[in-house]
Design a protein around this ligand. Structure first.
Ligand SMILES: [Zn+2]
Length: 172
């Protein structure tokens, strides 16, 4: 292969993607003190579910103000207050996976902060469309690089190439 600018750019990109896969995830359950019994393993892809049709994550229940940690190492790429999710944090972790935390009571990290697994990002709550419901963390994991083999015939099944089952990921 001739090393022109285009090829060098491609090699750098491929190397960056590869590095993302080498970094271990070291996932931990993000709600401090929670166990597998604090979420329903059937809640991933549960339908019908609000405006989005199917539930593309799991809900980990707890008490308002309970400490919320990053389940992976990674970098904070978004924090904000949005209509459905309420107070949310989005973290880019290893293997090009985005970790989405919603309905927080408080957010304690800033944009572009690097975090290790288990470091605090806020507290759980009932913000956004969780108002009036028991406080819980809505947790989704989205892979930036599509997993085409995960597509199935369920409702919106093609989106399963992006949305991974956080319950299964945590127990891996
Ligand atoms: Zn949810």
């Amino acid at each position: 292969m001739k090393l022109n600018k285009k090829n060098i750019a491609f090699i750098i990109l491929a190397a960056c993607i590869a590095i993302g896969y080498v970094i271990p995830e070291d996932l931990v359950i993000p709600v401090e003190g929670a166990t597998v019994s604090d979420w329903n393993s059937q809640s991933f892809w549960f339908e019908p579910w609000g405006k989005s049709g199917v539930h593309k994550g799991i809900d980990i229940f707890g008490s308002k103000g309970q400490r919320l940690n990053s389940s992976s190492r990674g970098m904070v790429v978004f924090t904000g207050d949005i209509a459905i999710g309420g107070k949310v944090v989005l973290i880019l972790g290893p293997k090009w996976k985005l970790h989405y935390y919603a309905h927080l009571n408080s957010v304690s990290v800033g944009l572009f902060r690097f975090l290790s697994s288990g470091s605090q990002i806020g507290t759980i709550g009932d913000s956004g469309n969780a108002k009036g419901k028991p406080p819980h963390l809505h947790y989704s994991i989205v892979t930036v690089i599509p997993y085409f083999w995960k597509i199935d015939s369920s409702t919106q099944g093609w989106k399963k190439m992006f949305f991974l089952d956080p319950g299964k990921e945590l127990l891996n």
